[in-house]
Write a protein that binds this ligand. Structure first.
Ligand code: NAG
Ligand code: NAG
Ligand code: NAG
Ligand code: NAG
Ligand code: NAG
Ligand code: NAG
Ligand code: NAG
Ligand code: NAG
Ligand code: NAG
Length: 753
């Protein structure tokens, strides 16, 4: 207990909120060079000296950091409430070639291939070439596979006539798990191979009401000898497998099936599934290798933490995309695998446009835990659904004991979920989803905000008091401008559900949304973050500037510029990357490309660690949480919604002023999904093209190229002249005037502070 308290105390002193657990300087840890000229492969002769900059492999069910002693699994947590964290399974898949463990004359090359989803080690020895492939199989999703291919060199060496080739290896699973009481592993023989297995129960339930029983997990793994033997002129692939699941039969079946496959066929099947993911969508950058690599790295890490669409056995429920992905999040580390607003606000938007099926999965996690959010609203004296700031297995609040304020005040998360839903509906018009849980959540989030808004008879406006905006340096404030705007939007979004689920008191709700207090300083023409914000006070991260984007809240150009300029000057040095991603988008919106480039630069330089493009929460020499998906998500948004100029509206997809990212010669976004259509946007120095791969029969789409209306058809490519705005529309959908679509009107009345 004391130990835990002291960690909490350190965190509190360093930065006072969750943003910056592990904020300590990273002294002495070195990064190494990426020597690969290919944009999708990251290679190096030397691994980074600090293990936390190692890359991960994963498939949404199971994941591990390469050469770590830990494997994590979707939905497997241990610890009560604020102590809940990903439960550690020993890495019975961590196999090392001895020639990479100790000093050897051969220099291994380590590569992460982001298109194949494989980590490779290649050792060129005197008599053989050894290649190790490590991957979390995309089809056999319970399995982490290690394959070691030994190819004898054919040249004749009289010193080694008739001698076999020996390759020393070692299984390094690490110590026993402190989270799971695994039983003593049991050996058995299966088709001539020795297999080990062990099952265990997690030690502590997250919450006894919602999780009365511990979780059982079972692992199977092939026995690993201390060396491999290959005949002098031979070549062989050795396959080692570890499987894990909550269901013992599933883990066992998977292992049996994987071992029945021919090694190369097994590998090809994995690569094909990754290839399919790559085909569905992506962002290709030419002319700026650094940028192209970072973007490929981001999509690789995201997809590694998202579930497979096709798998040998049915998948378990998906428990969300947390700020450092599936491969990280142990005790008090890297946000423990919890889910935050980071998912909906930072990772979700780019995923939505390229992989809407995954956007649906991310929202499903909220639907699955909505009944717990209903209870949280009740406990805190509100109505509807109040989503916790942090959630893991059950959906109860699991914020660390260090930082209760974020859990109490950062209520904007419920509004952020509602906004993500609005974006999902705008691009999919998914009526089935609305009917089956979507409207329940939308209407209840609206109800929550309606119950939080209190009329002030002096101003005639509704206040939302005692909250914290995204700027966690200011707690317990009133009328946080960001919170009030997402709250107002949430109430409006419920209009999409009026066919299924009536608002409890529609007139009252409309009145609230129309009359929420929105801090605005008329004299200085900018948005103070909250009522009583004192100009000059430093802030942690982007907050009020999020009104312009992602919220697309209508305001005058001058106001937008003033917000950007002012908040840039008061944002603290050691904040997270997303702040600068959003400043980049802002400056692109106001057409200051030079300033945008400087902000763009700030949004990733110093955050990305070589050679594997692992992101840190904080800029060098600090690190904070790693591998920081949230920062990556902000960065992708800059490319998608900033440089490419895409925006999502209820009645249209818009492309406004598409531009090339700095120093790129071509920028292609493949597989944009809009109302079932599959579109590709290709931006070059002097032209922008939109091509249509396929269309959904349910929606006729019309492109307006600034002058003409063009009905889209599969196979056509349209050159978009000038800077737009270009729009793609279908017939109007619901009769809802959503605020973000009434550009130029302030649906929230501005007030003085
Ligand atoms: C491989 O290296 C480990 C130590 O890292 C050592 O214990 C083991 O004996 C070595 N195996 C062989 C076959 O040399
Ligand atoms: C475990 O998986 C097997 C095979 O898929 C299934 O028949 C069985 O019902 C599952 N057990 C549980 C407890 O879910
Ligand atoms: C979308 O278009 C891309 C690029 O033309 C293609 O590779 C992909 O298969 C298409 N995806 C779907 C889901 O139609
Ligand atoms: C915030 O609102 C609460 C409740 O209305 C009030 O008690 C408090 O004084 C307000 N705080 C500030 C700083 O205005
Ligand atoms: C926006 O600009 C217009 C015209 O300059 C002005 O009338 C209006 O008051 C401005 N709106 C705000 C919120 O300042
Ligand atoms: C980019 O950022 C680095 C430091 O992170 C700085 O040295 C460099 O001057 C910046 N370049 C531009 C164009 O802003
Ligand atoms: C673009 O290239 C120029 C010249 O090499 C460099 O100064 C600038 O920092 C680059 N910008 C970015 C964002 O990489
Ligand atoms: C773009 O257009 C400009 C002016 O018309 C021309 O000088 C330049 O070569 C073109 N660039 C490319 C890449 O076509
Ligand atoms: C294009 O279609 C819109 C309605 O979708 C219509 O308002 C507009 O006038 C049309 N423009 C042209 C040039 O036909």
């Amino acid at each position: 207990m004391l130990g835990l308290l002291s960690i909490a105390a350190v965190v509190t002193i360093v930065l006072t909120t969750r943003g910056g657990s592990n904020a300590a300087e990273d002294i002495g840890s070195s990064e190494t060079e990426d020597i690969s000229p290919a944009s999708h492969v990251f290679s190096t002769y030397n691994l980074p000296s600090n293990d936390k900059y190692m890359p991960s492999i994963g498939n949404g069910h199971i994941a591990t950091n390469i050469f770590s002693d830990t494997v994590y699994m979707n939905g497997l947590y241990n610890g009560q409430a604020g102590y809940s964290h990903r439960a550690r399974i020993p890495a019975w898949a961590n196999i090392r070639l001895n020639s990479t463990l100790t000093h050897h004359p051969y220099s291994p090359v380590y590569s992460l291939d982001t298109r194949e989803g494989v980590f490779k080690v290649r050792v060129d020895r005197e008599r053989s070439v050894v290649t190790q492939r490590i991957y979390a199989h995309r089809f056999y999703t319970r399995a982490i596979v290690n394959q070691i291919k030994v190819e004898a060199k054919t040249h004749y060496d009289p010193n080694f006539v008739n001698q076999e080739i020996w390759i020393a290896i070692k299984l390094m699973p690490g110590p026993d798990s402190k989270d799971i009481a695994f039983q003593e592993p049991i050996p058995q023989i299966l088709n001539g191979r020795t297999i080990w297995s062990s099952c265990g129960l997690t030690k502590e339930s997250e919450d006894l009401t919602y999780q009365p029983l511990p979780i059982e997990v079972c692992a199977y793994w092939t026995s690993v000898p201390d060396h491999l033997v290959v005949p002098q002129h031979g070549s062989r692939v050795f396959t080692f497998v570890m499987t894990a699941d909550k269901n013992k039969t599933v883990a066992r079946e998977e292992l049996i099936k994987v071992l029945q496959e021919d090694g190369e066929v097994l590998f090809q099947k994995h690569v094909e599934h990754w290839e399919q993911l790559y085909q569905q969508g992506g962002m290709d950058i030419e002319g700026n290798l650094e940028l192209a690599k970072i973007v490929n790295g981001i999509w690789y890490y995201f997809l590694s933490s998202l579930p497979s669409e096709e798998s040998f056995q049915p998948l378990d429920r998906f428990f969300g995309l947390s700020p450092t992905g599936l491969a990280r999040g142990g005790t008090f580390e890297d946000y423990e695998g919890h889910n935050f607003w980071d998912t909906e606000t930072w990772m979700f938007p780019s995923i939505l446009l390229l992989y809407p099926q995954y956007a649906n999965k991310l929202l499903q996690y909220r639907l699955d835990t909505a009944y717990v959010a209903a209870e949280l609203a009740k406990i805190t004296g509100n109505k509807g659904y109040r989503f916790p700031w942090e959630s893991a297995y059950t959906g109860v609040e699991v914020t660390q004991p260090c930082c209760p304020d974020v859990a109490i005040f950062e209520q904007h998360i419920s509004g952020c979920i509602s906004f993500a839903i609005r974006q999902y509906l705008a691009t999919t018009r998914d009526e089935e989803w609305l009917k089956h849980g979507g409207c329940d959540i939308v209407t209840n989030i609206a109800d929550f905000w309606a119950s939080r808004a209190v009329i002030d008879y002096n101003t005639g406006l509704y206040d939302i008091s005692n909250v914290m905006g995204p700027d966690e340096d200011h707690r317990n404030v009133n009328n946080s401008v960001f919170t009030n705007v997402v709250a107002g939007y949430s109430i409006y979004v419920s209009c999409l559900c009026k066919d299924y689920y009536m608002a409890k008191d529609p007139d009252h709700w409309a009145d609230i949304a129309w009359s929420l207090a929105l801090p605005y300083d008329q004299e200085l023409d900018y948005h103070p973050q909250f009522t009583g914000y004192k100009r000059g006070e430093p802030i942690k991260q982007a907050d009020a500037i999020l009104l312009g984007f992602p919220l697309q809240y209508a305001m005058n150009h001058t106001t937008r510029l003033n917000d950007l300029t002012y908040y840039e000057s008061v944002t603290r040095e050691n904040g997270p990357a997303m702040t600068w991603s959003m400043h980049t988008i802002g400056h692109l919106q106001v057409d200051d490309e030079k300033k945008a480039e400087a902000m763009f630069n700030m949004s990733y330089k110093g955050f990305v660690r070589e050679p594997f493009k692992v992101w840190c929460e904080l800029r060098r020499p600090l690190s904070g949480a790693v591998n920081f998906f949230t920062g990556m998500g902000g960065f992708l948004q800059t490319l998608m919604f900033g440089y490419a100029g895409v925006s999502i509206h209820l009645d249209r997809l818009e492309i406004n002023k598409p531009r090339l990212p700095p120093n790129a010669t071509k920028f292609t976004i493949r597989g944009i999904k809009y109302l079932g259509a599959n579109l590709t946007l290709e931006i070059s120095a002097n032209s922008t093209k939109l091509s249509v791969t396929s269309l959904d029969d349910n929606w006729r789409l019309v492109l307006n190229d600034g002058k003409y209306n063009i009905t889209l058809a599969p196979g056509i490519t349209v050159i978009l002249p000038g800077s737009g705005p270009f729009t793609v529309r279908s017939e109007p959908w619901k009769d809802c005037k959503l605020p973000t679509d009434i550009i130029g009107q302030n649906y929230l009345r501005p007030i003085g502070t």
